[in-house]
Design a protein around this ligand. Structure first.
Ligand code: NI
Length: 256
């Protein structure tokens, strides 16, 4: 059984076949999916998906690159959504310094506010962090993100940094990048951290694994990621599925 801990099935890339695709998951061994909100509008479409499909759960939050749309007033809507019975996490939230906009101070302000919300509501967090390792880690420490834990998704940092997040009790999200030619750093991370701290994710429609790199991704491609992890760890693909399934349940505080 495979658990996709991070997907965006509300994305317009799925407009043509979303329902058929989601209905094909079970027979393909994809048994649970967390759809992750990244903006005010995708939080609403994420809620609709979680209400429609029993195996789809929701995370609500605003991605650092979209924080310019946040105000004290509309933040109230996120606080409301997080109380939804199918909400398992706050996210994706974090810092992204790859682009200059929105400014770093604004990103930090809303990252801190969303971390506080998660702790208030006793939810784990889904962290998006790019080119901002130290600031992300420092803010997480300052806000005591370790109290409910979470996952650093689409992990792009060194094995040393991964060690620090694992020490905080966080999971490391591993997806298609592990199959990329230039995915050596992530393969090193997977080699070095215990399998008990790794969860599977697609970030679909993005990050399709080789040989589908650049194409639309979906949870159906996760066996390619499982294979790569199994190879690195020197264990069977069944074992990788089993352990990462249990990890995802632990991460999101879910029952079997
Ligand atoms: Ni994402």
């Amino acid at each position: 059984m495979i658990f996709d801990t991070h997907a965006h099935y509300d994305d317009e890339a799925f407009d043509g076949d979303r329902d058929d695709l989601l209905r094909s998951m079970e027979e393909n061994n994809i048994r649970r999916i967390v759809n992750v909100g990244a903006s005010l509008s995708s939080n609403e479409t994420t809620r609709l998906l979680a209400q429609r499909y029993p195996f789809v759960y929701a995370a609500f939050g605003v991605h650092p690159s979209n924080t310019a749309e946040l105000t004290q007033e509309n933040f109230g809507r996120i606080e409301e959504l997080v109380k939804h019975p199918k909400c398992v996490a706050v996210g994706e939230i974090g810092l992204d310094y790859y682009y200059d906009e929105p400014g770093r101070e604004l990103q930090k302000e809303w990252f801190a506010a969303q971390l506080k919300l998660a702790i208030r509501e006793k939810k784990p967090v889904i962290i998006h962090s790019r080119d901002a390792a130290q600031d992300t880690y420092d803010l997480m420490k300052a806000e005591h993100a370790e109290s409910w834990g979470g996952v650093v998704h689409c992990f792009s940092y060194s094995k040393e940094m991964a060690g620090l997040f694992v020490k905080l009790g966080f999971f490391i999200g591993v997806g298609g990048v592990i199959t990329f030619k230039n995915g050596r750093v992530l393969r090193e991370v997977v080699e070095n951290i215990p399998l008990e701290h790794i969860v599977l994710e697609t970030d679909c429609p993005y990050m399709a694994p080789v040989p589908f790199r650049g194409k639309r991704n979906s949870s159906l491609n996760l066996p390619l990621v499982v294979e790569q992890i199994a190879q690195i760890k020197g264990i069977s693909t069944e074992r990788v599925e089993e352990i990462t399934w249990e990890n995802a349940l632990r991460l999101y505080r879910m029952q079997e």
